[in-house]
Design a protein around this ligand. Sequence first.
Ligand SMILES: Cc1cc2nc3c(=O)[nH]c(=O)nc-3n(C[C@H](O)[C@H](O)[C@H](O)COP(=O)(O)O)c2cc1C
Length: 402
Amino acid sequence: MALRSLLAAVAVGGAAAAFSAASSVTSPVTTHLVMPLVRLLDPETAHVMAVRVAASGLLPTTRADAHPSLATTVWGKQFSNPIGLAAGFDKHADCIDAMLGVGFGFVEIGSVTPVAQPGNPKPRVFRLTDDRAVINRYGFNSFGLDYAHDRLSERVADPAARGFQHGIVGVNLGKNKTTVDAADDYVQGINKLGKFADYIVVNISSPNTPGLRSLQGKQELGALIDRVLVARDRLGLPSQASAAVRGRVPPLLVKIAPDLTPADKEDIASVLMDKKVDGLIVSNTTISRPATLKSPASLTQETGGLSGAPLRQLATETVRDMYTLTQGRLPIIGVGGVSTGDDAFEKILAGASLVQLYSSIVYDGPGIVPKIQSRLAELLAENSFTSVSDAVGAEHRGFRRK
Ligand SMILES: Cc1cc2nc3c(=O)[nH]c(=O)nc-3n(C[C@H](O)[C@H](O)[C@H](O)COP(=O)(O)O)c2cc1C
């Protein structure tokens, strides 16, 4: 344990120094020195360390708007590029600006639960290096709404002092493990953090909270959405909102699993369309274990949600299905196994208006963000798309890649 702490301390210092010495996030120092060093640590220590390094302002920055062709508007909001950081990395809203600074067009914090809770016993995160995948069963370890509220208010209260970066911030909400009335937890999240959110996510698809995914069923989902929409709509009322926000409310999105039956997907699509939910995030981690996994069974059989490369295809198929079922009328954030511009383009063609990633930064570091952007801009041009929105769902209109 002492050795691990020492290694962590050395790595934090080393990574910080190396990151700050590196002239850009794509620098060979980052790729060939910092990332292998980070991977010497157990995955959770590496995660905590990465958030600390980012929060201390030591990550180099790169422009999120380097490719004007990637600028896109969704829900009337302007994204400098469509590549975002998925929920689960910045669970407590500690390093939003640093992550916007490495080039993400948007950052989603959370999942945040109402009351602080420790999550599952450790170890609870596993790297499947041979598969470029991760299994996690964190179980919503959260510092709670008060902590996230303080971080989000500090950020807007004194932007100059904290290296404020412009960009879209999503707030992903979860429920406490022992809460029986799940809707009440999401309502509390909206009441407390809604005013800071460019969009709000109701996460009902993490596999590590008992009973959570059953909220995706038709009856439960309908009842849940009714209650969260009332809370969301109240954010725009004069008593709740500042003058600037009055009358406007953040879009409400639902994040779903990739392990749904065709009937589940139809039910979800019909509820979301009926209730006029604003969007979907597709998808969370999978409880399945594809037969193609190469890592030792001792790792692949760990309980939890699988993410990264082996999830890519399943997540894209789920995007495709949900785009069809919602007739392209509900913006979708596509997530699962994205590590290249080609992967992002695949999600967009299948129906995603925006794309997120998490696991690939575990393997490649933040330097992949500008690489994904450059390649995506190239692919749009090569395929004669004038904008991201032009390409969204194009395969449903007969488009085939050159
Ligand atoms: C370690 C870890 C923790 C995660 N925690 C959350 C979470 O708290 N809330 C959530 O909605 N998704 C969470 N996710 C899921 C990601 O947001 C994403 O949906 C999934 O990992 C697929 O994307 P990827 O293949 O790019 O990682 C987590 C993923 C990982 C790997």
